[in-house]
Design a protein around this ligand. Sequence first.
Ligand SMILES: *Cc1c(COP(=O)(O)O)cnc(C)c1O
Length: 395
Amino acid sequence: MERQIYLDHAATTRTAPEVVEAMLPYFTEYYGNPSSVYGFAASNQTVLADSREQIAGLLGAKREEIYFTAGGSEADNWALIATAEAYGKKGKHIITSKIEHHAVLHTCAYLEKHGIEVTYLDVDENGIVDLEQLKAAIREDTILISIMFANNEIGTIQPIAEIGQIAHAHGILFHTDAVQAFGQLPIDVNTCQIDMLSASGHKLNGPKGIGFLYIRKGVKIRSFIHGGAQERKRRAGTENVPGIVGIAAAAKRAAADMQERTDREIRLRDHMIGRIEREIPYCRLNGDRKKRLPNNVNFSFRFIEGESLLIMLDMKGICASSGSACTSGSLDPSHVLLAIGLPAEIAHGSLRMTLGAETTEEEVDYVVDVLKEIVQNLRNMSPLYEDFLQKQHQE
Ligand SMILES: *Cc1c(COP(=O)(O)O)cnc(C)c1O
């Protein structure tokens, strides 16, 4: 069989075998509903409390501030929609950025249809929000600032502590989508003055379909799912006990080796970036070189289509992702790449490769070798490239 190299860890990750092992007994042995009275079920309450405690500890939060959800998208929806509802009397204005995940952007679009005004901040050419523009956007009736911790496409890390400080100086709540950051970067909700934070299990070698929203004590937030009394009556539904055990085990595991794992990924990432820049002409690194997730590599290659690149890479067993919003079935260039100022035709030739703990240097070198050849082959078939060479020749 052809070898497979997985470089799409920003899309999802493999559930770690020890995480699966931790989860298994909660399917078949300890399957009782935590709300039931008899001992074998009620004891699952302890497991839920321990899992909450474990996650809270990693964020500097309290156990009762962690609310489990069905993933990152739900946590983002909840934070925005419930804040808009609970603080509707105080104001109707939310500030976010142009490069948020669609779970935030599409929720903002929904809220705009329901009387909320949203300011979408620009980012600079590396994808970082401008704090002066943020301050200038604040109004009397601003109730929430929602800025992602780190971007899922280009890996840029935002000045979160500064944003938290600005928000609190103005008495405004601060939510951050930390789905990409949680498990890769140290996070302290107190030093960063974060009021709400979204995270997801499957981005850190945990299971899919489980996430959480951290909600600081004192924040007024409405129930998101109505029904039973689970999650302090704010998110009804029988708890996903195996999933909760899984995300807690994954978070603990990610925190245990975070420093050495990410140091290693940064070294591999920079090795990959360096080789691509030296060996493949007419390329551009997208995202900030330093304020960048340890595992993110994102390039635009002129004169080619990212989609063709992905297909050719797939034929070599390499899993990556393009900058275009292919998942939504649209061929529009990525909103993130447009926001950092790339012209549409350059944004179309983009490729995201996200490393994982299991990625080796040998794999990285193999991928760069293959990529170099594919880019050259695609350019050789490109009329744009031919025109470009002819023009250059005439000059
Ligand atoms: C993956 C992702 C989400 C969505 O999380 P799900 O658990 O898949 O719903 C939200 N925000 C960011 C930044 C992500 O990378």
